[in-house]
Design a protein around this ligand. Sequence first.
Ligand code: LMR
Length: 395
Amino acid sequence: MFENLTSAPADKILALIGLFRADPRPGKIDLGVGVYKDNHGNTPVMRAVREAEKRLLASQKTKTYVGLAGDLAFNAAMARLVFGPETDMARIRTAQTPGGSGALRLVAGLLRRARPGATVWLSDPTWPNHAPILTDGGLNVRNYPYFDAERGTVRFESMMAALEADAASGDVVLLHGCCHNPTGANLDSAQWHEVADLLVRKGLLPFIDIAYQGFGDGLDADAEGLRIVARKVREMVVAASCSKNFAVYRDRVGAAMIMAADATQADIVSSQVLAAARTLYSMPPDHGAAAVRIVLEDPALRADWEAELEAMRQRMLALRVGFADALRRHSNTDRFDFIASHRGMFSRLGLTEKQVERLREEHGVYMVGDSRINVAGLPEDRMDDLARAIVSVLD
Ligand code: LMR
């Protein structure tokens, strides 16, 4: 049965976790996988989540099945968090999923049912798992230009020109709702309006992946682009993750959201989403989503969660500024200034694979091969050491 298989290549991001753990050097620096860290290098359970878990354990009377859509109150709270209070919820249906990746895969299952072999346009570059999840789900992928590595900015005109010229009605366009992974370079509001108008004009379906809401410019600001699109289009699909903004990575908490033309169609689409879930994993895990629901529904816990999330966001912004300053001092150039203006957890430094490898081997500095760094992993008390190491591999 298995003799035709060859070993699958290791996931480039997840492989770094093992490499970093195995490195005995005390001064090693982990800028790899997208996990938030405090200034001690820890990823703590958030205060409000811990309290919600206590309440959950004290009050839970059963562990019987929750149903294909998961926790309905969680779904409603997530739809409000993502779409905001002014969106017409009658057209929106939500299914709780195992993380944001589960949401992406579930939406792929829906799209395959709606339009077998549909083409999904992905930004170049994008999160390396996007294409495998979507192709494994039976869809085709193509790329639109997105990032100007020289300038560290969005190639907006090229992006629009490519979608205008090459995307066909019925194609799907995947957009990062905020905090673009891996580049940290995001669309501004005016650009979101232009993209939304293009989607409407060409009959393209927006597929918004929002995995870092609250990590960029704030909870509502980070959803602004998505909400601009939602106000203009008839239909859209969304994959949301709670892994980062609730720090519930291992509990696998996410949501797939579908906006249909009207409530009747939304019900039909929802039935297909649930049928797709039944074939993939049946029902999502309950615990993490139940804790998130408790936080979102309780005003005091919610306020505390928002305050802790805001502190995390501010810390990442300060690290960006400190790192850009250190690189400016040590390189004597403004080459890395873009880091301070990017948003979210990631930026790409613009180093070659070889330079990234040298940083790992010679300095114990770990980052993804395309030179993506996790900003939250920057050591605030060793910015100069890190900047010096980076400058030392530049040529
Ligand atoms: C990342 O991009 O590092 C995170 O989204 C974690 C992952 O699953 O890759």
